[in-house]
Design a protein around this ligand. Structure first.
Ligand code: ADP
Length: 401
């Protein structure tokens, strides 16, 4: 065993990971290194940097040498063991997209838990199997290492029933057809950070905007999630890089009945042909759209900003008012243009932008004259997972640092 904690975030073709050191008091975590094994099954490449950005390894492999996530986890495990002098991490925390109706907290993984998470695969067929494969690979190789599952849905489990339901019969709800909400680890981190940055606002009504290649918004009242723009799956709500966001289900019926689309074709349509890419016909990347003069690029950005502002109004209504707003994730943290345009649309609520602070990425980007505050807060889902993992293996709960 070591003083090292591993955080794993596995997707369809990559495993991102971070190593944290438990500081001597055992209460605090310090980033040691972060990296990824990407291009699994196509152009596998393992790259890791230390906390100062220095390269520790940058190695490519034959596709056949790292054909799937299990092989990738083994490859990564070899590197880790070598790096840690043959000793295993003290625990591994995993990002798991779906905790279903029952898991409102992270959980220590055992056979029963793994079995229950397996049963949730139909709720997130594109993500859940990828999250579970590394867990199984580690259990097989190092059964004694404690592993913790941290869910993207957990932070939203306390939603009031009206936010948790669709207007369909009860039996479907009991079967699990609910508005789960996602990006929960990001929102939970934001809620904790806000307590440190602006404790008064953290006790109030906040609309948090996680604007990355996946995008959603969350109504957070006194640190607890009340509603989210994402629902049963991570395709609902805001338009995203390539996901449509909210769409009348009648459109899907039309595609089936008039165009003969089957389930696979519809999945591709919803997840890969929509959003900024679909609207613009140019790119899923906000940077490309901002740099383009094309009418499609302008429309895509107009639509994105419009929907963010519209959802902010809806989430404020869910909370009975709004005291502030937080921007986070790739676009939220790095694009003053998008932030400025959203706040301009929300001027009626009482936001007054501080243009210079916005260009500097805040953290506070509203002026002294603004009735409501808006912040830019970089998210850190991995640190959140590391803290949950530490808490579960040690029974301790510490402030996020
Ligand atoms: P993921 O959901 O993949 O973790 P991120 O949170 O890293 O995504 O966000 C990725 C997105 O952030 C990119 O698709 C890009 O559109 C956007 N982005 C990153 N940097 C900038 C920037 N400087 N200006 C505008 N958008 C940016």
């Amino acid at each position: 065993m070591t003083d090292t904690l591993l955080v794993v975030n596995a997707g369809s073709s990559s495993i991102k990971f971070q190593l944290f050191r438990l500081l001597p008091s055992g209460h605090r975590l310090e980033l040691r290194s972060k990296g990824q094994l990407e291009g699994i099954g196509t152009h596998p490449r393992l790259s890791v940097r230390d906390a100062f950005g220095r390269t520790l390894i940058d190695e490519s492999y034959e596709a056949a040498a790292v054909p799937d996530l299990t092989a990738a986890m083994h490859r990564l495990g070899d590197w880790l063991l070598e790096r840690l002098g043959g000793r295993t991490p003290v625990a591994v925390g995993h990002r798991v997209v779906h905790g279903g109706p029952d898991y409102g907290e992270p959980v220590l993984i055992d056979d029963l838990v793994l079995d229950r998470l397996e049963h949730l695969v139909p709720l997130a067929p594109l993500h859940q199997p990828n999250n579970l494969a590394p867990i199984r690979a580690i259990r097989k190789r190092n059964p004694a290492v404690p592993q913790v599952a941290c869910f993207d849905t957990a932070f939203h489990r306390g939603h009031p029933e009206v936010a948790d339901r669709f207007a369909i019969p009860e039996a479907w709800y009991r079967e699990g057809v609910r508005r789960y909400g996602f990006h929960g680890l990001s929102y939970e981190y934001i809620a904790h950070r806000l307590e440190e940055i602006d404790p008064a606002l953290a006790r109030g009504r906040v609309v948090a905007c996680h604007l990355g290649s996946g995008a959603s918004m969350c109504a957070i009242h006194a640190g607890r999630s009340l509603d989210s723009t994402m629902g049963f799956t991570a395709v609902d709500g805001l338009p995203m890089g390539t996901r449509t966001g909210q769409l009348d289900p009648g459109v899907v019926l039309y595609l089936v009945q008039a165009k003969g689309f089957d389930a696979k074709r519809i999945e591709h349509f919803l997840y890969h042909e929509g959003g900024l890419k679909g609207l613009s016909g140019i790119s899923n990347d906000v940077r490309d759209l901002l740099a383009s003069d094309a009418a499609g690029a302008k429309l895509a950005l107009d639509y994105f900003v419009y929907r963010i502002a519209r959802e902010a109004g809806a989430l404020a209504a869910a909370m009975g008012g709004i005291d502030g707003l937080v921007f986070t994730a790739g676009i939220g943290e790095h694009s003053p243009v998008i932030r400025g345009r959203v706040l301009e649309r929300l001027a009626w609520l009482g936001f007054v932008l501080d243009e210079a602070a916005n260009q500097e990425h805040g953290p506070l980007i509203t002026s002294a004259a603004s009735r409501l505050k808006a912040y830019v807060i970089p998210t850190d889902e991995e640190l959140m997972i590391a803290h949950h993992t530490l808490r579960l293996i040690s029974g301790r709960s510490e402030a996020l640092r």
